[in-house]
Design a protein around this ligand. Structure first.
Ligand code: ZN
Length: 165
């Protein structure tokens, strides 16, 4: 039987697997020292991790990170809603103040109207900035969750492969 090449699960460098190594035998990566088990299926040879403890630990850390990010996303969504309601109430209050003040039309009222227009403009600008920042934060968190979940799936895949031998 010939010596075959397989890749290290950890550092991806090539490892020579002599033909005398049977399915389930251990082989160490000469580059990083990670221990593997030999997986033979027909002619092909593959390596899986011999020690799955680090994988399990990485998976636990991964799951913890997902729940932390999800909590952060929930918090961001919540404060986003509060912000939307707050701005809404502010505008309603200003309109209500103007509508209910029955005063003769004069310079005072004109200046007040100008003031309200400026204030509303500033409020809307702030709202725009605030909503934009929040939306960005929320989509960043969603993206991060997707990435971490993909890592988790890759870890689970490695675990399944390593546990099968
Ligand atoms: Zn290696």
């Amino acid at each position: 039987m010939d010596t075959q090449k397989a890749r290290c699960v950890e550092c991806r460098s090539e490892i020579s697997v002599p033909g005398s190594y049977a399915h389930g035998d251990h082989v160490k990566c000469p580059t990083c020292g990670t221990r593997h088990k030999v997986v033979r299926s027909g002619e092909a040879v593959r390596l899986v991790l011999a020690d799955i403890t680090p994988l399990k630990e990485a998976l636990r850390a991964n799951e913890a990170q997902v729940s932390r990010l999800e909590a952060e996303l929930r918090h961001a969504r919540h404060s986003f809603r509060i912000g939307v309601n707050g701005i809404g109430f502010g505008v309603v209050y200003v309109v209500w103040q103007i509508a209910l003040k029955e005063r003769p039309i004069g310079t005072d009222l004109v200046w007040e109207a100008v003031g309200v227009a400026v204030l509303t403009g500033v409020l809307l600008e702030l709202a725009n900035f605030f909503f934009f920042a929040k939306r960005k934060q929320m989509s960043r968190l969603s993206r991060e969750i997707e990435e971490v979940e993909a890592e988790g799936r890759a870890l689970q895949q490695k675990l399944r492969e390593a546990s099968r031998v």
